[in-house]
Ligand binder design. Structure first.
Ligand SMILES: [Zn+2]
Ligand SMILES: [Zn+2]
Length: 389
């Protein structure tokens, strides 16, 4: 018998009637065999940092989504697998979906693929961790295809340990900037040291999510304050701003020539970022330019709350106003005295140490006879600070 005018697959010889329609001279089965879509390697090698758990994603080191070691190994391997997925170049759109979705996919436009992967065996107790995946793809390369490509492949991912460039620098003692925290005209108090350290700890975690070099290399306690050795200058600046926002004060920067880069022969500078906290603290007695006497109730990034010791009223002043009003420390003596008599016009006190008596004109309301008060003496004037508990 002679098949007149019929066409045949040039590879397997099947007639177009039986195995067609032919695509580029191939039957349906031979077309799919000659044009596989899943082109990835059987083995993939990848690394994770043993110090911080980060790994490379499209050439960039990124922090992991989890620090739980088993999950982390799978996260790294999944990422390497996805990145190393190679399909025929005629595939223009790929979606990674669940194995169930690939299973039930029966139709796709030309140039589209659905890929799933599933870990089928693994050894992750030690490094290199080895995870074998089954990768499955369904795809359409040609409009004349009766059935989609449906290919499966086992791919093994080896996850090895390394130290990322950031951690190499960190472990090597590298730092780029020093953040100095000081207070104006006095050492940093114990309370401020604790507060600053806590704030820095919280803030640096936040910064490092965006700036991997933003680490603290070292913290040095000094008599006058704290020094933080920072992996990046921008991190030092951000911390300085956060400290100023919380505690008030001013920020300044200085640069120190530390050497020359051997490769570029450019001069290398180290930045010192200094935050100087205000000299005032809660409980300080201050005066403004007009001679009003205040007790400092609160110091913050915005300004201070001051209690006017004549009117007892609290005033909130920002730093600009405080400077303009020339608010500054004032010399004073502290006394304890008992109210011995009071009239609407004046109050008589007796000093508890010297038993001297003195009068205070235009008294505060609420002073009670027989009670002992703490007074402030500025020059020759007395001010009531508070009742003695
Ligand atoms: Zn064929
Ligand atoms: Zn690392």
């Amino acid at each position: 018998m002679i098949a007149m005018g019929g066409r045949f697959c040039y590879r397997c010889g099947i007639s177009e009637d039986e195995g067609g329609p032919l695509i580029d001279g191939l039957c349906q089965v031979c077309f799919r065999k000659e044009n596989p879509v899943l082109l990835m390697e059987d083995e993939i090698n990848t690394e994770l940092c043993q110090n911080c758990g980060s790994y490379k994603k499209r050439g960039v080191w990124v922090d992991p989504g989890t620090y739980e070691l088993d999950e982390l190994v799978f996260e790294v391997a999944d990422s390497a697998l996805t990145e190393n997925l190679r399909l025929d170049e005629r595939i223009k759109h790929v979606a990674i979906v669940s194995p169930e979705e690939v299973e039930t996919t029966e139709e796709l436009p030309v140039g589209e693929a659905r890929v799933s992967f599933e870990a089928v065996s693994w050894h992750i107790e030690h490094f290199p961790a080895i995870i074998t995946y089954e990768v499955r793809v369904k795809a359409r390369l040609h409009e004349l295809q009766r059935e989609l490509h449906d290919e499966k492949k086992r791919v093994t991912v080896y996850v090895r340990q390394t130290v990322c460039p950031r951690c190499q620098k960190f472990l090597g003692g590298y730092f780029e900037a020093i953040l100095q925290v000081r207070a104006e005209d006095r050492p940093l108090s114990e309370e401020e040291r604790k507060g600053v350290e806590k704030l820095v700890e919280e803030k640096v975690d936040e910064i490092m999510r965006k700036d991997r070099m933003g680490f603290i290399q070292d913290t040095i306690e000094k008599e006058e304050g704290l020094d933080f050795y920072m992996g990046s200058t921008s991190s030092a600046r951000k911390l300085a701003q956060a400290i100023r926002e919380r505690f008030g004060g001013s920020i300044s920067e200085a640069y120190e020539l530390v050497g020359q880069d051997r490769q570029t022969s450019r001069e290398v500078y180290r930045t010192s970022v200094s935050v100087r906290l205000p000299k005032f603290r809660k409980g300080d007695i201050v005066a403004d330019g007009k001679g009003n006497i205040y007790e400092v109730e609160e110091v913050s990034g915005r300004g201070m709350s001051l209690r006017n010791l004549s009117t007892r009223r609290i005033e909130h002043l920002d730093w600009k106003t405080l400077r303009r009003e020339k608010v500054d420390e004032v010399e004073y003596e502290e006394r304890e005295a008992m109210v011995t008599s009071s009239t609407p016009v004046d109050v008589q006190f007796m000093d508890m140490e010297s038993y001297e008596t003195f009068e205070l004109g235009r008294p505060d309301s609420g002073l009670k006879e027989g009670e002992i008060y703490r007074l402030i003496k500025v020059g020759s004037r007395y001010y009531v600070r508070e009742r003695k508990e």
